[in-house]
Design a protein around this ligand. Sequence first.
Ligand code: LLP
Length: 445
Amino acid sequence: MTAPVRIDAPARPDELSVWPASTVRRPNGDLSVGGVALTTVAAHFDTPVYVLDENEVRTRCRTYRAAFPDADVLYAAKAFLSRAMARWVDEEGLGLDVCSAGELSLALAAGFPPERIVLHGNAKAPADIETALAAGVGRIVVDSPSEIARIAALVGPDGRQKVMVRVVPGISAGGHEKIRTGTDDQKFGLSLTDGSAQHAVARVLGQPQLHLTGLHCHIGSRITEVKPYLAALRRMVGLMARIRDTHGVVLTELDLGGGHGVAYRPGEPALDLTALARRVRTELAASCTAARLPVPRLTVEPGRAIVAPAGVALYRVLTVKHSATSLFVAVDGGMSDNPRPALYGARYAPRLVGRASTAEPVTATVVGRHCEAGDVLAPDVALPGDVRPGDLLAVPVAGAYQASMASAYNLVGRPPVVAVDGGRARLLVRRETQEDLQRRDVGPR
Ligand code: LLP
């Protein structure tokens, strides 16, 4: 049933272009995803709810593997992680990027092979490093000078851990200031410009417990152009050549991070994955030839591009309010289940589902139920003029950094995650209940 998905395809200005490929229009204004009507999901699991199209996730994993046949593709778990997600990613042959003992433990509980896991983090807690070493993760990415000795000490005299060094290549890229990580004015990595990266490499090479396999960089997120990756790549190869010249060590791995941008609204640009793969391969070969280096094994770490377009968030409209200047459509979720609009000014294209309306579209602002004026999910969007309480609104491209960044603000429990595939809906993560929330509160009664 599911059409092949091309995540590198230019976004069609078609209203369903950003929806999962399995999305089908049904009678009475309904839509189905993965063969399951969204009204059915809402009826069975209540709202708000995140819907995740399993086949869309798997197809996107396969598209990456096909585009980068000679590279390691790691899924960035921070975008969304559950046991099922870890299984799908594993079964599709990807590795996993984790950045905490929590993400790592969940992946291990799902049976993810530790040797295909990479641990990141700008400030690794002792438990992060200890859990990673006990599990035997494939790589730990060193992000600060102080953790070099800490990791080495925890490895112990008889062990050896493969590590990479996270380098800040001095490239500015990314869809929002808060998610740009390629320049020196932010907290991640070790600077190429001021020599911290070179220093860290020397220190790692001086630790017999650590085996430096290569360099890592992640220049930012929501990047829609290939060029910044090529610029970063050239600087990274330049550093690899200097390491060879200074230390006589030829590094065999290069991790270019993730950050591949997707369209959130019809007509928005997305990173052309095929072009990225082709041009990175060509540039890597050319840069390495010029530097007289063997071509290192490449790694990429997409999070959003694997899972964002596979997710749909479903809400029920609670109130509709006309002010002098605006029409506010308030739903039963908000900044607790999707902080992205408030944090990054992220824009979405919500849509009425489950009711055919012939009313003229109006410009509305979809807001949440939380106690702040900034709790806006989607400003200035077109909705049918007769939008009313009880209606269902669906927000596509909801699979990344929504469930994973959700909070229980105002003691509203976090929504469930429901997988859809082949006409079947399965609960992956249950709704957070009042009981869950109150159980943590162990103070006096
Ligand atoms: N690798 C590393 C080391 C990262 O830090 C990240 C994301 C990724 C890979 C994956 O990036 P992606 O392909 O998903 O863009 N909460 C923000 C995004 C923060 C990204 C953090 N690091 C958002 O909702 O847009």
